[in-house]
Design a protein around this ligand. Sequence first.
Ligand code: COA
Length: 252
Amino acid sequence: MSENISIERADHVVTIRMSRPDKKNALTGAMYTRMTEATRSSILDDSVRAIMLAGAGGVFTSGNDLRDFGDSPPVNADSPVFQFLQTISTCPKPIVAAVSGLAIGIGTTMLLHCDLVVADPNARFSLPFINLGLVPEAGSSLILSRMLGHAKASELLLLGDVFDASSAERFGIVNKLSAPGAADVEAMAWATTLAAKAPVAMRLTKALLKSETGGLSARMAEESVHFVSQLQGPEFREALRAFMEKRAPSFG
Ligand code: COA
């Protein structure tokens, strides 16, 4: 299934592209594993100075593949989804994201671990975990509270509604809105700019910027325990059935 992730190289920038447009780039375990491998090899390769995350077909990603989650749910921190999140959250090299179309669930939470995010003005974001009987991941319960305060973070995580690109920019999840259809090009321009900066200073600056993230890995571990147990429970089972039957879930 690694053909659903394409890896592109342009000078000192590696682009990791989610490429499963018929499923809105929904992410399977195999895709997370490929993305983790590509990120790790980019970290080890001195000639790579910046990483770009993007999606194919005008969509970033519709988040975790719900069927794959039902068939082979993550069971612990070694599971592909948590390995991927751990890898990008500790990546010493700059990551730029280009968001078009949809950024659902992990499609939004992975942005909290990127350094610069460019979004198409038509992009839509959501954190629908609650609607699926799940809990937030990627440390988003901590990061969003710190970024936005308790009230706004609660609104996003307890209601799970869709929000638009201008709101994402206002919240600080997105750095800038591109010209329509130009998120990839503008994100690549930023990645190329970052790749030309002094690499040691870049690594140190990123580490300094992230030094205030105390408690993040503990929170990610705590979230993953609840996430794994909710995935195996009746609430997610009902949400998955509802998704497959194209109806709203009923949690009684
Ligand atoms: N997991 C599994 N399959 C998904 C998916 C996901 N997260 N997102 C989309 N797909 C599949 C759809 O089932 C559909 O498959 P099919 O053609 O075999 O029926 C295909 O991708 C196209 O999606 P569709 O729903 O027809 O497109 P749409 O434009 O009407 O809606 C979404 C797109 C993303 C809004 C809708 O598919 C959706 O809500 N997906 C679930 C998002 C989600 O909850 N993600 C998990 C977050 S933890």
